[in-house]
Each structure stands twice: as structure tokens, then as C-alpha cells.
Design a binder for this molecule. Structure first.
Ligand code: NAD
Length: 718
């Protein structure tokens, strides 16, 4: 290569074979065969003539059937006499690689190549910022994040990774342009939040020129900056003024025909005289070289990876959280019952993002490879009711914690707790238990980070579903037919049949069913059905609020629910006071049980609970009238009481109460069958969508649901 020229040197490729032959970006959509060849040639020549005043143009011969070769920015990334060749993401452009490779070799460049399977699209996705002596590099669309550490190492540069999230801005040079003055022109919405933070940390506000959406769509960021000149397609007066104020002269070069393919001035050129970096010198005189913040971690994931969609979810979340993945190995379980195993390598642009992805993958059941498994990191509580930073947050899934070299199954599994490990180092037996933040005691040791944590998913969860409340295995007859998810179209009768079948079996084996009803159960006239289920032995505990009890008792004592006569369906004169009279009566007795003993309360849901010695808990709320003496107005106490009654539950019927159902859902570990009945699909979805196989949502009227259930379970009044 020659280095005599004072002018900048740019590689260009005449558009002899340019055309839109395929669609590999949103700009090309609808434009196939729609670019005018004559106009394209005319526009390109005009641009080349303008450039020649400031730069020396080197020409690479265009090739037939490679219509995008005009976009030489994607040939590779040059620094001094080195070039890293592109590895195109799309097969349509891979044919260009050999031509660029030959050209660089013939012109004296040291040609570097990335490993075969790592896509990288050259100076389209990697931009030198000589003012900062860094390389800005993108991932998320074409270039793979894994390419960044290779670039750092091959070119001895500091690489700053940015994630692209808008497919219109599929290359970094379509939405980001470092200028020689240290300014950048960029379109912030093309990047994720982390990348925007990184940009803001590196470039002070006075040097950041944010393009409007209109300007970004006109490709203002796809600009060629040579000294004080900026060549771009088209810009608003406002932006031109801003650039003028920063000391630049804007030269507009209409390139509409190329814009149809998603490229403008910058895409059509590759700078060949990128000067070597002015690298910072460390105190010991050595230069800082080859730096990338990209971190990796290998994880294994095992289970019914394909049929349960687990692998797809794991890979999707890695990308959505700003990382990228590579499946290192995959063993497919050949039979329906056999498990699959995948080893995946996650890359992230920063340690904190990698930790966040790892935590979520561990929640999905991923584990570190055997050789990397270590004890969980423990930190002591120094303030009662406050956890150390970075505490591990529990999920609904059975979790194991490694302490003293052994895996311990966590007790009291529930979501939104922390893990306390009761273990003296080197002393057994140790225990791990799930505790709420507010209950933490000083000096307790809790797990921080995700090391030494594994979540048991999939096959085991199925086994737990078939377990009895006393922990004994119920045999191989687990039920799987009640599919997870929500369906309003699903015939209610069919779901009711299945629930009835399961309720009967739980009763036969002495299991535990918890009912969580709202006052709507009474208003819809279904109180008598629930009372019959209790009398029939199908309910082992009831959790609710003040209202379900108030309205049930009002109905039992005065024949109305909120003043409405349920027999006739019409309001009763003075009926609006009925619920207060009912509350007053129970308050006089001292409790609901006392009212039953005194012969005052003789029918209804709560009468049956008392008579059949079924435990119940009523949690207070700000809406409550009264309250009844049985309603626990101390929220923490009522949460504890709910948790106590939920222990050992195999099935929970949540009947038209959003408040109490969500409260109960949060306390319940995976493996417990949840049935949520509500007329509002949003409520059902929220409860059923816990990512667990055991939730069934039924969108229907609770009165209809209970009447069908009672018809199946107690056909004759019992
Ligand atoms: P909520 O809003 O949490 O839940 C009611 C649910 O019932 C909603 O999700 C709704 O979609 C659903 N629903 C309505 N009609 C239905 C039907 N026909 N079939 C199926 N689903 C139906 O309200 P909540 O749980 O009733 O009450 C919240 C809190 O307020 C509770 O603690 C309750 O005890 C209290 N409260 C107290 C009083 C009182 O003391 N007098 C009165 C009302 C509520």
C-alpha cells in the first residue's frame, strides 16, 4: 500500500452490478428490482467526484451477481496496515469476501480473519474514534458480540460494545458516526439502554449530537467525515446548523437509489488510511492494548428442552437481556420421556449483564459445568430485616444451594424470598431455608449472587406434582391432562370434569385442597355450592378477606348479599345496612365460631367451616367494613397465617378474588396445582402465567363454575 498521499484514501466499488435483488434489511423490503440503474450510476459518480476533491479513491472491480459490493464499508476493518476481513451474516453477501480478501492482500495489507462461524461486517459495524483511541463496535443485528474480543486482540485496540435494537439501523454506521473533533452524531433509539449509558459515559453531552428520527431515517449518521467536511445524504437545517457550529461543512449528496438498499455515503466507502491508535501509556511505560469488556460463561441445561420450550426460552432471554449465545453442544433425548442436554456459552458486553442473564438462566434450571461448581457465596446480615446487596431472590421452583460441598434442598420454597444457610463452615448438617427479607436476623448467612444455586425444573416438578401432602410419592399416576395456560374458549364443562376428578382423588388419599374465594362467590348465589363442597370433605382450608365472610354471614342471617335478595334477585328495602348488621352480630358473639356455637349462625360457608373443623384465615384490607373479629388486620400476621395454612396444599382453587389470589400465588411453590377462576381474562392470565406447568386458568362466571363442580362432586345434597 502507498502511504505517500496526504489526502485520505477511500476504497469504493462502482455500481455496475448494483441493484436490489434480495431483502436482507427493512429498507430493501418492497424495493426489489426498483432501484434505477442509470440514476444509481449518476448519483454514485456525483458522489465520487465530490469525494475526489478531498480524497484519493481506490477502486475495487465490481462483480456480477454481487449487487451489494458497492457498499465497501463492509469489506473489512482497517487499522494502519492491518485489516480484519468481514464474515457476512447473510449468505447473499458471502460471495464478496473472496474479492475483498484478494484486493487487500494485493495492496499490501496484513489480512486477519475471524474464526469461521463468527459474523462480523467490517467498518459497517466497527467505527474508529481517534479522538478517544477506541473502536466502537456493534452487535445485535449482523455482527456477533463474540467478534469484539477478537478485534481487540487482533488490532490491539480497546473495543466498546454497543447493542443495536432497531432493525432499520442494522449496522452501526447507520446510526452512529464519530467525528474527528470528538463529536458523535447518533440516533439514541437505535441502541439499548445499557449502550446509551456507555455512550453517555464516554462522550460528554456537549459532544453528543443526537439525530432526530427524520434525520436518522435520512441516514445522517451514515456520514463520511474527512477533516472539516461531512458528506451525507440529506440533513435537516437544524442538524446542519449544529454541525456548522461544531466547525464542520456539510455536503449533501443525494443517494436515494442506494438508500433503497439501506446505504448512503458511509456505506459506499471504506477508509484505508486509518492511522494507528494513540494508545494510552500505563505508569510502567507499557501501552494499554487489546481490551474488551465482553465476558463469557458456559452453562449446562438439561431436561425436556425442546418439548417444554425451555431451550428456546433460555436462548431468547439471553438475547433480550443484551447478551448473545452459542450452543456448544446439544444432545437430543430421542424418546418422549428422555431428557436433552445443551451446553451453551453466553457472552455479554459487561459483567453485570452476564450476571443478570446467568441468574435468569439458573432460575430456568441451568447449572454451571461440573468443574466450575462451587459453594454458594454467603454474606452475613448486619441489619435485622435488611439483606446484603446482590442477594439471591428465590423463585417458585424447588431450589438447591451448595454449602460445605453438598447440595441442600431449600426449605419453605416460595418466590421473592432470600436463602439463609444455617451452616458453620466445615460443619454438617447444614440447612438452607427460604426467608422473607423482613424476617432476617443479624448474623444470619444469606446467599449472594448465583454461584452454588440450582433450580430443579421439568421432570422433577412433574414428580412433585404427584406427591402427597405428607411427602410420600403418590405413584406413577401423576396428572398431566389439565394443560397449563388459559383458555376462555375451552369448554368449562371439560375443565370442571378434570378438576372434579382431581378433587375426588385428593380427598381419597387424604390430601389438602385450599380454597381462596372472593365475595363474588356469594353475590352469584354460589355460596351454597361452596358450602356443599366443604360439607363433602373437598376443602381442607379457606383463605379470604373480610368480605367473603361478611357476605356469606349476611346471606345466612338475613337472606341478602349486599342487600340483594339472592332468591328473587332484587334489592331489599334497607338492605344496604344488612352487611353492617351481620358484622355487628358476629362482633357481639366474639367470633364466627362463637356465633355457630351460640346457634346464631346456622348455615352458609362459614357455618360449614366451623362445623367441619376446617381452618380458615381472613386477611384484612383497607376496604373492609367492621371488621369481623376473625379478620386479621395486621398484614404481616395474616401473611404468616396464610403461609401456615398453605403448607402441604396440593391444589388451590382461586375463586374470583384478584387480591387474595395474587397474594396466595406469591407464596406458593411450584408443584402445587393452581386453578384460577375469574371472569376477567387479565386476572386469570396473571395468575396462571407463572411459567409453571401446574396453573390452569378458567375464564368464566364463578357461580356457573361452582354449580357445575358441585353437580359432578355432590349430585345429591349430602
Ligand atoms: P378483587 O377486585 O381483588 O377481585 C374480584 C374479582 O372477581 C375480580 O378479578 C373480578 O374480575 C372477579 N369477578 C367479578 N365478577 C365475577 C364473576 N361473576 N365470576 C367470576 N369472577 C368475577 O376484589 P375482592 O377480592 O372482592 O375484594 C378485595 C378486598 O376488599 C378483599 O380483601 C375484600 O375482603 C375487601 N372487601 C371488603 C368488603 C367489606 O368489608 N364490606 C367489601 C368488598 C371487598
Amino acid at each position: 500500500m502507498s502511504n505517500s498521499a496526504e489526502k485520505s484514501r477511500l476504497l469504493v466499488c462502482p455500481p455496475d452490478f448494483f441493484g436490489i435483488e434480495y431483502v436482507i434489511n427493512p429498507w430493501m423490503e418492497g424495493n426489489v428490482h426498483r432501484a434505477s440503474h442509470e440514476l444509481a450510476i449518476q448519483q454514485w459518480r456525483g458522489f465520487a467526484a465530490a469525494l475526489e476533491k478531498n480524497a484519493e479513491l481506490e477502486i475495487i472491480a465490481p462483480q456480477r451477481a454481487l449487487p451489494d459490493m458497492v457498499f465497501t464499508a463492509n469489506a473489512g476493518l482497517v487499522l494502519g496496515s492491518d485489516v480484519v476481513l468481514s464474515r457476512f451474516f447473510h449468505g447473499e453477501r458471502r460471495g464478496e469476501e473472496q474479492h475483498f480478501q484478494k484486493w487487500f492482500a494485493a495492496h499490501g495489507f496484513n489480512v486477519h480473519e475471524l474464526p469461521r462461524d463468527i459474523p462480523f461486517e467490517g467498518a459497517g459495524d466497527a467505527l474508529w474514534d481517534h479522538a478517544r483511541s477506541i473502536l466502537w463496535a456493534a452487535y445485535g443485528m449482523r455482527t456477533e458480540l463474540e467478534a469484539h474480543p477478537h478485534l481487540a486482540q487482533m488490532l490491539g485496540a480497546e473495543v466498546v460494545s454497543l447493542r443495536l435494537i432497531d432493525p432499520r439501523f442494522y449496522h452501526l454506521d447507520t446510526c452512529f458516526c464519530p467525528l474527528e473533533s470528538g463529536h458523535i452524531i447518533y440516533f439514541p433509539a437505535a441502541f439499548d439502554a445499557h449502550s446509551n449509558r456507555v455512550i453517555e459515559q464516554r462522550v460528554p453531552p456537549e459532544l453528543r449530537i443526537a439525530a432526530s428520527e427524520d434525520d436518522a431515517e435520512n441516514f445522517v449518521c451514515n456520514a463520511v467525515n474527512i477533516d472539516r467536511e461531512i458528506f451525507l445524504n440529506r440533513a435537516s437545517d437544524e442538524l446542519k446548523e449544529r454541525l456548522r457550529a461544531a466547525g464542520f461543512r456539510v455536503i449533501e449528496m443525494p443517494l436515494d437509489e442506494f438508500l433503497k438498499a439501506g446505504g448512503a455515503t458511509k456505506c459506499l466507502t471504506l477508509r484505508l488510511d486509518e492511522p494507528p491508535l494513540r494508545l494510552p501509556v500505563k505508569p510502567d511505560g507499557e501501552r494499554l492494548r487489546g481490551k474488551s469488556s465482553v465476558e463469557h460463561r458456559v452453562l449446562e441445561i438439561e431436561g425436556h428442552l425442546l418439548d417444554s420450550g425451555l431451550l428456546e426460552r433460555a436462548l431468547e432471554l439471553s438475547v433480550n437481556e443484551g447478551g448473545s449465545f452459542r450452543v456448544l453442544s446439544f444432545e437430543l433425548g430421542k424418546e418422549r420421556q428422555s431428557k436433552s442436554r445443551a451446553v451453551i456459552r453466553i457472552a455479554a458486553p459487561a459483567r453485570e449483564i452476564l450476571e443478570k442473564i446467568t441468574a435468569q438462566l439458573i432460575d430456568l434450571g441451568a447449572v454451571l459445568p461440573r468443574e466450575e461448581i462451587a459453594d454458594a457465596e454467603l454474606q452475613s446480615v448486619t441489619q435485622a430485616g435488611v439483606a446484603p446487596d446482590d442477594f439471591y431472590v428465590t423463585t417458585i421452583y424447588p431450589t438447591e444451594v451448595r454449602a460445605n460441598g453438598k447440595w441442600l434442598r431449600m426449605e419453605n420454597q416460595r418466590m421473592d424470598g432470600v436463602v439463609v444457610v444455617d451452616a458453620e463452615i466445615g460443619v454438617d448438617p447444614a440447612r438452607a431455608r427460604c426467608v422473607l427479607i423482613r424476617d432476617l436476623q443479624i448474623a444470619e448467612k444469606i446467599v449472594v449472587g448465583t454461584r452454588g444455586i440450582r433450580t430443579v425444573r421439568d421432570a422433577e416438578a412433574r414428580e412433585i406434582r404427584g406427591r402427597r401432602s405428607d411427602g410420600a410419592a403418590a405413584g406413577a399416576d401423576e396428572f398431566t391432562f389439565m394443560g397449563a395456560g388459559v383458555s376462555s374458549e375451552r369448554r368449562v364443562e371439560l375443565v370442571v370434569d378434570q378438576i372434579a376428578w382431581e378433587l375426588r382423588r385428593i380427598r381419597e388419599r387424604g390430601g389438602k385442597v385450599v380454597v381462596v374465594p372472593g365475595p363474588v362467590v356469594i353475590h352469584t348465589g354460589a355460596g351454597e355450592h361452596l358450602a356443599r363442597l366443604i360439607r363433602g370433605g373437598f376443602v381442607q382450608a379457606l383463605l379470604g378477606g373480610n368480605a367473603i365472610a361478611v357476605h356469606d354471614i349476611e346471606q345466612a342471617l338475613l337472606g341478602t348479599s349486599l342487600g340483594v335478595d339472592l332468591q328473587r334477585g332484587s334489592p331489599v328495602r334497607g338492605g344496604h345496612q344488612h352487611h353492617l348488621r351481620a358484622i355487628n352480630l358476629i362482633r357481639r358473639c366474639g367470633s364466627i365460631a362463637a356465633a355457630v356455637e351460640q346457634g346464631i349462625l346456622t348455615r352458609g360457608v362459614f357455618y360449614e367451616l366451623v362445623k367441619n373443623h376446617i381452618l380458615f384465615a381472613l386477611a384484612g384490607s383497607i376496604r373492609d367494613d367492621g371488621p369481623l373479629p376473625d379478620t386479621q388486620m395486621d398484614l404481616l400476621k395474616s401473611q404468616a397465617e396464610y403461609a401456615r395454612l398453605l403448607k402441604g396444599a396440593e391444589m388451590i382453587l382461586m375463586l374470583s378474588t384478584m387480591l387474595h389470589s395474587i397474594g396466595v400465588g406469591n407464596m406458593t411453590p411450584a408443584g402445587v396445582k393452581l386453578v384460577c377462576v375469574d371472569i376477567n381474562p387479565a386476572v386469570v392470565t396473571k395468575l396462571a402465567d407463572r411459567g409453571s406447568l401446574e396453573s390452569t386458568g378458567v375464564v368464566t362466571d364463578v357461580g356457573l363454575f361452582l354449580s357445575l363442580l358441585v353437580q359432578r362432586l355432590c349430585p345429591q345434597p349430602s
